[in-house]
Design a protein around this ligand. Structure first.
Ligand SMILES: NC(=O)c1ccc[n+]([C@@H]2O[C@H](COP(=O)([O-])OP(=O)(O)OC[C@H]3O[C@@H](n4cnc5c(N)ncnc54)[C@H](OP(=O)(O)O)[C@@H]3O)[C@@H](O)[C@H]2O)c1
Length: 261
């Protein structure tokens, strides 16, 4: 049976763990040919292997968001392998959890974390757009009702004003404005660009790092009495990447239990 992303060629950054791995798995199950990326080859190959074991199509290609040449090579390798690129999801990021910034206030700002966060989340994001967009444009044919799709992953904390984690918030806030800017610039050439604004999602790393106080704090912001799962974000990305979303661009879909409304 045809899936919602049947035969679509997709790159998922951050596909080696957490939310990105869930997106890669869901996309492949929906019929996409998925290239998942990140730096960690053993985690990346394990995610791709488990998708292939389920009978779907996925490849891991290593890349580092802090290295422009490696982003260019990632996109080039994907197009060489599959002949085109139709969907890009930007889940890869330096997060407050994977940098260890979680408990740090701006008064104790760690410059190494600041530089790593900006390099990964701002430079890396823009480099990914820079190299992917020409192929996304090439694959689109709006006159035939065929669009390409970019889905960015933002964070509800950039709206909530959650205390601490200054390098994370400051480096993730540009996601939403870039989504709207690219939607306006490239819509005419058939590329839709939307943002999924994620609330707290129980990935393995979040489960390990979260204090009870922080969990209760977020549950207090949420309008539903539970936290998110990686699959919740993957479901929203699937819709926005599919042809069903042909009239949706420049949108931010908050998947955050109502925390940011
Ligand atoms: N989990 C949440 O509660 C939550 C809430 C709001 C928003 N988000 C957003 O959701 C996205 C995924 O978060 P997550 O919780 O799934 O985090 P995660 O499990 O730590 O995954 C982060 C991903 O980014 C990749 N990455 C980090 N630095 C990289 C670099 N320099 N080059 C290439 N890849 C890099 C990692 O791959 P390697 O380690 O293999 O390089 C990994 O695949 C992020 O954009 C985050 O801001 C998450």
């Amino acid at each position: 049976m045809a899936g919602r992303l049947n035969d679509r060629v997709a790159i998922v950054t951050g596909g080696t763990s957490g939310i990105g791995a869930a997106i890669a798995g869901r996309f492949a199950a929906e019929g996409a040919k998925v290239v998942l990326t990140g730096r960690d080859a053993s985690r990346g190959e394990a995610v791709a292997d488990s998708i292939r074991k389920d009978g779907h199509v996925a490849d891991f290609i290593a890349s580092d968001l802090t290295d422009e040449v490696s982003i260019q090579a990632l996109v080039g390798n994907c197009v060489q392998r599959y002949g085109r690129l139709e969907v890009l999801v930007t889940s890869g990021a330096a997060t407050a959890t994977n940098t260890g910034e979680r408990e740090i206030s701006v008064t104790n700002l760690d410059n190494e974390i600041l530089e790593r966060s900006v390099k990964t989340n701002v430079h890396g994001l823009l480099w990914t757009f820079k190299y992917a967009l020409p192929y996304l444009i090439e694959a689109a044919s709006p006159e035939d009702d065929l669009t390409s799709a970019v889905v960015t992953i933002g964070t509800a904390g950039t709206r909530n004003g959650t205390p601490g984690m200054p390098a994370y918030w400051a480096s993730k806030a540009p996601v939403e404005v870039m989504t709207r800017s690219l939607a306006r610039e490239f819509g005419g050439r058939g590329v839709r660009v939307n943002c999924v604004l994620s609330g707290l999602v129980l990935t393995e790393s979040e489960r390990g790092a979260m204090s009870d106080e922080f969990r209760d704090y977020v549950l207090g912001l949420n309008s539903v009495p539970y936290l998110g799962r990686p699959d919740d974000i993957a479901a929203a990305c699937t819709f926005l990447s599919s042809h069903e979303a042909r009239y949706v661009t420049g949108a931010t879909l908050a998947v955050d239990g109502g925390a940011s409304m």
